[in-house]
Every structure is written in structure tokens, then in C-alpha cells.
Design a protein around this ligand. Structure first.
Ligand SMILES: [Zn+2]
Length: 128
């Protein structure tokens, strides 16, 4: 809500109030005269939309980035599960150390990417 400062046309008393209320007119708290201040016209819904679109891109970009990293984390996790299954099958026939290490590394990467995605998500929300 936009707070604006007005001057009473009768007694020059300064009044602070939300812009939406000022548009409906107000009674001066000092001389009790009702007046409707001359304010620049409120933005139309279309203009409001344009204004919002100007302010949005930063947060939207950040959110898209978070989503991409989240997807990457998911892919890492899927790849990790496949490697671990493959290692499990291999270890029936003999040691599959490389597979276990690779699986572990992928799991770590997935966890980190997930955490990074969450942090960026939080940042995107505060940018909104
Ligand atoms: Zn007044």
C-alpha cells in the first residue's frame, strides 16, 4: 500500500494516508473540511500489468534457474540409482568398487544440487 503525503487546501495541514483512501477523499484532521486531493490517475489494470512485468524478470529468472538445478539434481539421483543397481548386480559376481564410488559421488552431487536449488528458490521468493 502506497502511503502519500497531502496538504489540506484549507489549512495547509499535512496529512499522511494510503493512496487508495486519498483517492476517495478525506476529512482534514485539523480543520475537519472534506477535500478530494488532485492525484495523478491510478494506473489502469493494463498499465499495472506492464509495471509488474518490469519488476518480475529478475525473480522469474532466479526461479527458472532453481528449477533447472532441481531437475539436474533429480537426474543425478536417477543416474545414481541406476549405477547402484548395476553395482549391486555386478557385486554378485565380484567386487564392483568403481561402481559404488561412482554411485556415492553421484548421490553427493545430487544432494548438493538439491540444496543449491532450494537456496535459489528461497532467494527467488524474497526477490518477488
Ligand atoms: Zn485542514
Amino acid at each position: 500500500m502506497n502511503i502519500i503525503r497531502l496538504e489540506c487546501p484549507s489549512c495547509q495541514q499535512t496529512v499522511e494516508l494510503p493512496e487508495a483512501e486519498a483517492r476517495r477523499g478525506l476529512t482534514c484532521p485539523s480543520c475537519f473540511k472534506f477535500f478530494t486531493p488532485a492525484l495523478p490517475p491510478a494506473p489502469t489494470p493494463a498499465q499495472q500489468q506492464i509495471l509488474e512485468n518490469f519488476q518480475k524478470p529478475a525473480a522469474q529468472k532466479t526461479r527458472a534457474l532453481a528449477e533447472n538445478i532441481g531437475t539436474l539434481a533429480g537426474l543425478c539421483l536417477v543416474a545414481d540409482v541406476l549405477v547402484l543397481i548395476a553395482s549391486g548386480i555386478q557385486s554378485i559376481n565380484g567386487p564392483a568398487t568403481a561402481g559404488w564410488i561412482g554411485g556415492g559421488a553421484l548421490l553427493g552431487a545430487a544432494a548438493w544440487l538439491f540444496v543449491v536449488a532450494q537456496i535459489i528458490h528461497i532467494r527467488a521468493n524474497t526477490e518477488k
